[in-house]
Design a protein around this ligand. Sequence first.
Ligand code: CA
Length: 225
Amino acid sequence: MARVLLVEDDPLVRSAVISDLSGRAHAVRTAGTALDGIRELSSFPPEVIVLDLGLPDLDGRQALRMMRAVSSTPVIIATACDDEAEVVRLLNAGADDYVVKPFSCEHLAARITALLRRTAGGGGIPVIRVGGLEVDVARRAASLDGAALSLSRREFDLLAYLAARPGEVVSRRDLLAEVWHQSYGDDQTIDVHVSWLRRKLGETAASPRYIRTVRGVGVLLDQPE
Ligand code: CA
């Protein structure tokens, strides 16, 4: 079972894939344009992306490049043309596998399973990478530039939550609800944990690298500029 993001503008293909993959216990989200797909990446960090190359807003290579810029999630491209040179270009540009349209849902499901087996964690929860930061959610291990970070449980949860949403400002209220599992609490608790986490990442509020505070809004984690 995996979280699958299907970026496909054809409603017939979408509904067929949703019903088939859901029947195989995958959690499927869909987007009809590349830009919606990129937005979904942060709200629903998938373990596999199935990317149609014929989308209305961006061409396949642009869409792939933009996804690769924000996510290391494995991508299966779905192409209508059986053009080997183009497929090779896309594999070189960061795609992990491809299916040629029209494909059967069974074929796609088999590709997804095989891809998950090959990728980190053996098909479980993905390893999140943002710049030199690596967060292995399944193992609850994190490292920065290859050096293991020693984090408390809460610091790890905070880091994993922010790292799964790179570049997205997360409000203190969301952190309270999602990391602390509380509907009401003290902003200071969060600020203190953010500052401890910063220290572990070797940075300060005055000279941030990964974690930035957006005054009056919240915090965000992104790769250093
Ligand atoms: Ca299409």
